[in-house]
Design a protein. Structure first.
Length: 386
């Protein structure tokens, strides 16, 4: 019986099947509907679905800045910063004066460790909107990471009235002042933060102050306390590492720099000093990774250039070493170790005349250093005559 029924069904004419009406195709979404769908999906956590919806909206209206900006934000959520940067830049082609999109671009660049690029975008944000609070603080942080403490002070001091009670403002300005050895002015911000209790940022600032005074034991005590209070506080482990280096504890310092790197792979000091320590240990590949990261943050920093130059010497890349080390000696003419290493490079490159010039420079620098240590008109005679 069942077989007969199946056979009967199998012999239904194709014309009968063709007469069955197909369900109507859904109408395509408009650009506005796709954009609204993307917002809803993004808010619910479906980032991939939101990306597809924004792309659909842009396929219909490529000039929509809101869809382009939201698409960039969705890529940021997934850590796809290059794609986010691309979308923000395309949005700015439509409206270069859109401060919100430009700030988002700066933030994506910042998260990509392209700190100098982020700083340039933030400066443009502030040219459009001088009171943009988040842009002011993020630019100050960028300048601090780039070693431009004077720029941090110049940026933040005029905003004392409107940002003075902000803890991040006090922390950034206090740190910049301490790094400039303006210890009394920096102490004002330490005291301001101390009023909120024994916190990790306060201990960190105290540690910086002691480092500037060359008081490594006191710096170690403060920075160890800061790390206990908040092991995720930015720069706490890199500063601890520098204090350990001052105390001659290189192995412990390397461990501290690794902890900072685990928290923030783009911290300048941890990459620089860990790279230098690893180079001295002969771990050249790992050292190169860290030194190149540091170079992306501060490409012209003489310490980075010296590290890259010495690494190039260790790996036999003499032309590369020559380029890095000549840049160091041009920027810091009395950097003795750079001249010593450059002389070695010139000898290996068969540039004997240049090598001899570097040797003569080294001898002159040592003589000048000895003269400074003795002082004008001083001799090696006893300070008190018998």
């Amino acid at each position: 019986m069942r077989i007969g029924l199946l056979l009967a069904l199998a012999t239904i004419p194709a014309t009968v099947l063709a007469q069955t009406p197909a369900p109507p195709a859904p109408a395509p979404l408009t650009a506005e509907e796709s954009f609204a769908k993307g917002v809803q999906l993004q808010q619910s956590g479906d980032v991939l679905g939101a990306i597809e919806a924004y792309q659909d909206a842009l396929g219909r209206e490529p000039q929509r800045i809101d869809a382009r900006s939201n698409l960039g934000a969705a890529y940021v959520r997934l850590g796809r910063y290059d794609e986010a940067v691309r979308e923000y830049r395309r949005a700015l082609e439509v409206d270069p004066s859109h401060a919100g999109v430009r700030f988002n671009l700066a933030l994506a660049l910042y998260k990509s460790a392209l700190v100098p690029d982020a700083a340039r975008e933030l400066e443009q944000v502030l040219s459009i909107d001088p009171a943009h609070r988040a842009a002011i603080l993020l630019l100050a942080d960028c300048r601090l990471q780039m070693g431009n403490e004077a720029g941090v002070v110049a940026l933040l001091e005029p905003h004392e009235a409107d940002l003075g009670q902000d803890r991040l403002y006090a922390y950034l300005l206090g740190t910049a002042l301490l790094r400039r050895n303006e210890l009394e002015r920096g102490q004002v911000f330490i005291d301001r933060l101390f009023r909120e209790g024994d916190t990790a940022p306060v201990r960190l600032l105290m540690g910086v102050a002691h480092l500037r005074r060359k008081d490594a034991p006191s710096a170690l005590a403060e920075l160890e306390r800061a790390a206990q209070l908040d092991p995720k506080l930015p720069t706490v482990h890199s500063l601890h590492g520098m204090a350990l280096m001052e105390a001659g504890r290189r192995s412990d310092a390397a461990d501290a720099f690794r902890r900072e790197f685990a928290n923030n792979p783009n911290d300048f000091d941890s990459n620089l000093y860990l790279g230098l320590l690893l180079k001295d240990e002969g771990k050249l590949d790992e050292a190169g990774d860290h030194l190149r990261r540091a170079s992306r943050l501060r490409p012209n920093d003489p310490r980075v250039l010296y590290g890259l130059g010495s690494l190039a010497v260790a790996t036999g890349r003499m032309e590369e070493a020559e380029k890095a080390l000549t840049a160091v000696t041009a920027a810091v003419p009395d950097y003795v170790q750079a001249h010593v290493l450059l002389a070695t490079v010139y000898y290996r490159l068969k540039k004997k005349d240049l090598a001899e010039q570097e040797r003569a420079t080294v001898a002159k620098l040592f003589q000048e250093k000895q003269g400074r240590e003795l002082g004008a008109g001083e001799t090696l005679a006893p300070a008190v005559k018998p």
